[in-house]
Design a protein around this ligand. Structure first.
Ligand SMILES: NC(=O)c1ccc[n+]([C@@H]2O[C@H](COP(=O)([O-])OP(=O)(O)OC[C@H]3O[C@@H](n4cnc5c(N)ncnc54)[C@H](O)[C@@H]3O)[C@@H](O)[C@H]2O)c1
Length: 454
């Protein structure tokens, strides 16, 4: 692929910068985040020639593999050439979707051996992420690997080393951190919009069988249509079990529970916004309360995390919850709380609430004022807005599109991506350690800088 010159879209930049100035006009620091401006520029499309097409393959063409592929193909200059899956129904659907000439196979090495494949999307269950990523990088492919980057805490460094040795682009698929919402939250956070950062909380609630992973099993599922032996070849040997294949999230051999599935998104966003490398203390509790269908993982999980002080942020606490039995409604949020306000962050919106006034009936303050001889000025001040709602412009293509654009800029131009193996491991680690804390009933100490258990 030819390397072409980066072309910044000045008009688009000005538009985005303007978006950031409209509401909090009373806070000049918020408007002048240089870091943020550079990041916005980095996300812009870069030029490429007609024959500079990136050819991709998907390994694991199920729900997310297909969603990833569709988004990837909506980025200009990308073509699908091959698909790998262990269920024949998904390979047949891939040919229907992307043309009868599409190369299909059950063996991912056949995809990696192809010279016409520049990059692969890995959309398999979690227990295959590490090995396929390492093999793909070794074969010189760019890799977009779904989250969590690895299934077990012991696997992260191997992927980091493989990425380093290959010099290839590796992006983990927690797409939310590429969103306009996360980008705006980062800008606000860095400009001190919520004062001193103290605490964050995240919540993921669901209340339906599908939401709780009771996926339908295809009628034709059998050992003939599914390559069961290959599926379990890197884990415990067992007899054919369609539930373990199609509802893999429920079983510890293949999935990483609610924390690996959902907490990991919240860690990725939080680490991106705060430039944090992760917590040093991890505690989890929870239980299997409702979906007693033979699953091995909890349907309610509560995690608590201590983040130590770094150059980027003060020490703070984080609490995360997943509830698959939430009778109120399904919802999700990430709230960041500081000494002067709070932000609710989603991928498309940020709600900023500021509280700059001290409470007039605060007894502690009243007592303090009583004893002072200082005379306060009576004149009132202008106050900045208490509440601001930032929302993405209509027609925004979304976090997923932005994440793939960032990935392909890496593949095409060798630019760094937002969620490389180090970032991906630091987001996956506390999620995976939640499971260890829950199952082993213990507090876990983690060194987030060196990415090692303590
Ligand atoms: N980023 C997100 O928002 C998001 C959303 C959903 C899922 N995911 C992630 O995507 C991954 C897949 O989840 P899903 O919901 O699409 O599961 P899925 O069961 O729908 O799809 C997994 C596919 O992988 C195939 N497969 C299994 N082992 C394979 C192997 N060794 N080689 C080739 N194919 C293999 C299966 O046949 C299946 O088609 C998971 O890691 C999950 O955490 C991410």
């Amino acid at each position: 692929m030819n390397k072409t010159k980066k072309k910044d879209s000045r008009r688009s930049f000005i538009k985005k910068a303007a978006l950031g100035t409209t509401v909090l006009a009373g806070s000049p620091a918020i408007l002048s985040s240089k870091n943020m401006q550079q990041k916005l520029l980095k996300r812009e499309h870069q030029e490429f020639s007609r024959n500079d097409q990136i050819q991709i393959a998907v390994i694991g063409a199920g729900g997310m593999g297909v969603a990833d592929s569709k988004t990837a193909l909506s980025v200009p200059g990308v073509k699908m050439v091959a698909a790998c899956d262990l269920y024949d129904g998904h390979l047949a659907a891939a040919k229907e979707r992307w043309g009868k000439d599409l190369f299909t196979t059950r063996d991912y090495m056949e995809v990696l051996n192809r010279k016409d494949v520049d990059a692969v999307i890995i959309g398999t269950p979690d227990h295959w992420h590490k090995q396929i990523s390492i093999d793909a990088l070794r074969m010189g492919k760019g890799v977009y690997c779904e989250k969590p980057m690895v299934k077990d805490i012991s696997e992260g460094h191997d992927v980091i080393t493989a990425q380093k040795n290959s010099g290839k682009t590796f992006q983990v698929g927690s797409q939310g951190l590429s969103s306009l919402g996360n980008e705006k939250a980062k800008e606000l956070f860095e400009s001190g919009a919520i004062g001193q950062f103290i605490y964050a909380e995240g919540f993921w609630a669901r209340n339906s069988p599908t939401g709780a992973w009771q996926y339908p099993v295809p009628k034709d599922a059998s050992e003939k249509t599914v390559d069961w032996n290959r599926y379990i070849s890197n884990t415990t040997k067992r007899d054919w079990d369609p539930l373990r294949f199609f509802r893999w999230r429920n079983y510890s051999d293949y999935g990483t529970g609610v924390s690996g599935d959902l907490f990991v998104h919240l860690f990725s966003s939080l680490h991106f916004i705060t430039s944090s490398v992760g917590p040093n203390k991890i505690m989890a509790t929870g239980g299997l309360r409702y979906w007693k269908d033979g699953r091995e993982v909890p349907d309610v999980l509560l995690g608590m995390f201590d983040y130590p002080e770094t150059k980027a942020h003060p020490a703070f606490n984080l609490s995360l919850r997943v509830n698959f039995v939430d009778g109120t409604s399904g919802t999700t949020y990430l709230r960041m709380v500081g000494s002067e306000g709070a932000m609710d962050v989603t991928w498309d919106d940020v709600y900023l609430r500021r509280n700059l006034v001290s409470d007039p009936i605060d007894p502690f303050l009243a007592e303090k004022t009583k004893n002072t001889t200082k005379i306060f000025s009576e004149r009132k001040k202008m106050r900045p807005p208490k509440e601001a709602h930032y929302s993405a412009e209509k027609g925004y293509k979304g976090a997923h599109y932005d994440h793939f654009t960032n990935f392909f800029n890496g593949v095409r131009h060798g630019k760094p991506v937002v969620e490389d193996a180090v970032f991906g491991y630091r987001a996956a680690a506390p999620a995976l350690l939640c499971n260890d804390s829950y199952f082993d009933n213990k507090i876990i100490h983690w060194d987030p800088v060196n990415m090692k258990l303590r």
